[in-house]
Design a protein around this ligand. Structure first.
Ligand code: FAD
Length: 407
């Protein structure tokens, strides 16, 4: 029986502790907060999008860059195993659109409670209000966990599950990177992922809270461009958010180079070509020549966008349909297909759902999550240099790597 210390009581650390205890080890889980899973409770707007039921290859496509690292872990503990884990512990599960998996109770607390119950029933020793501050090694082998208030815990194995750097009020404040760096591990540059974006245009504040459905986005600088699927965008007080923006935010921010500018073009009518849009406008204008243009546009745009749209097109909102010239129509057509905003950055890592970057994967064995530099040291969860889209992919990665590290 080995002595195992798991540092970090998020999804990755809790799963690692449960697995190591099931295998008969003496396990202590240390958490700097006074409760477990603070970030887990926030997931899926409090509903917890636990995983996704898509197949392995599609699943891996949702990770940026480093997906191959996860293949071994997913072969052993994947979405089916995770769903069974919770079902066996009495959590009812449901599947929503785009294969997203949630607890049927729509409550992340139901997931956290099942984990807490399991930690207790398999005898994991929990230490709260206890921060890991370092790791003592001897001859490149783990010897002890150094804890806050100068305490020390001798151990054979140490699993680092300290999360990333975002939403630091949940406890994940980048401690893991500093501790691993001191042991010689490479930390790939830490950046915000799944984050809203800031926009230069001041009128954006007028649109705060407005959500645009069935639109398409294209981010471009003078050299590259990246296009989204068709989906939803939300205006915030300072810029844009919503599923499409969050998903492309990492790629977009990487394209934001000094002196190059970054533009977001919103295609408000991705299903219609500019010619078809022009025909539709002509039809509507002909049917109601005396209606004001701002009234006519109600069938084509959300009410709150109409004045901004007409302003940008340089058209007086009180003009009657019959007064709209061919040139006006062409300008509106171009604006429907490309409403352009200047992206200036993100509100920072604090507001990011995940952290991109982290422990360099070349120094971690993907079959065990063991450090290749320090014997007895293991990593799991967001601390690793892995990052995925929204849809349950990040939690699955945390649980899967936790399970493997615990094994
Ligand atoms: C608002 C929001 C919504 C999200 N929604 C989803 C979703 O629906 N689906 C999805 O797949 N992903 C979602 N995510 C991402 C997901 O929450 C993370 O990927 C996941 O929590 C990572 O798990 P982890 O265990 O690696 O790290 P964390 O959950 O961050 O846990 C790390 C733990 O380590 C503790 N810790 C840190 N430093 C120390 C220290 N020095 N000593 C002791 N303990 C320490 C922290 O207090 C924390 O409890 C969301 C993220 C956010 C912010």
């Amino acid at each position: 029986m080995a002595r195992v210390v798991v540092a970090g009581g998020g999804p990755a650390g809790m799963m690692a502790a449960i697995r190591a205890a099931h295998l008969g080890n003496s396990v202590t889980l240390i958490e700097k907060n006074s409760t477990l899973g603070k970030k887990l409770l926030l997931t899926g707007k409090g509903r917890c999008n636990l995983t996704n039921t898509c197949g392995l290859d599609d699943f891996l496509l949702r990770f940026s860059g480093n997906a191959a690292f996860l293949r071994d872990a997913f072969k052993i503990f994947f979405n089916k195993e995770l769903i069974s884990f919770f079902k066996e512990r009495g959590v009812k599960i449901k599947i929503e659109r785009q294969n997203r998996v949630f607890p049927a109770a729509d409550s992340s607390a139901s997931i956290l409670n099942a984990l807490k119950k399991e930690l207790s029933s398999c005898g994991v020793n929990l230490m709260f209000d206890t921060a890991l501050s370092g790791i003592d090694t001897e001859g490149a082998k783990v010897k002890a966990a150094i804890l806050s208030r100068r305490r020390r815990l001798e151990t054979d194995k140490l699993i680092l599950a300290l999360g990333g750097s975002s939403y630091s009020s949940t406890g994940s404040s980048g401690d893991g990177y500093r501790i691993a760096k001191r042991l010689g591990h490479t930390i790939k540059s830490i950046k915000p992922g799944l984050v809203p974006l800031k926009v230069r245009q001041p009128y954006i504040s007028v649109l705060e809270g407005l959500s645009l459905k069935n639109i398409q986005l294209k981010f471009s600088n003078s050299g590259k461009s990246v296009k989204s699927d068709i989906g939803e965008l939300m205006f915030t007080g300072f810029g844009v958010s919503g599923p499409l923006v969050l998903t492309l935010s990492g790629k977009a921010l990487d394209m934001l180079e000094p002196g190059r500018g970054l533009f977001l073009e919103i295609d408000l009518k991705p299903a219609l070509s500019i010619e078809k849009l022009d025909m539709r406008m002509q039809r509507e204008f002909k049917v109601s020549p005396k209606k004001s243009i701002c009234n006519i546009l109600k069938s084509m745009l959300p009410q709150r966008l109409i004045n901004v749209f007409l302003d940008l097109a340089g058209i007086d909102a009180h003009l009657k349909a019959a007064q709209i010239t061919r040139e006006d129509r062409k300008r509106m057509g171009r604006l429907f297909k490309s409403m352009r905003l200047d992206i200036t950055g993100s509100p920072g890592i604090e507001r990011a759902m995940i952290t991109r970057g982290g422990i360099g994967l070349k120094e971690v064995d993907p079959r065990t999550m063991a450090s290749k530099l320090i014997t007895g040291l293991y990593f799991c969860g967001e601390i690793l240099d892995i990052a995925a889209d929204t849809g349950g992919f990040n939690l699955q990665a945390a649980f899967s790597t936790g399970y493997i590290a615990g094994s």
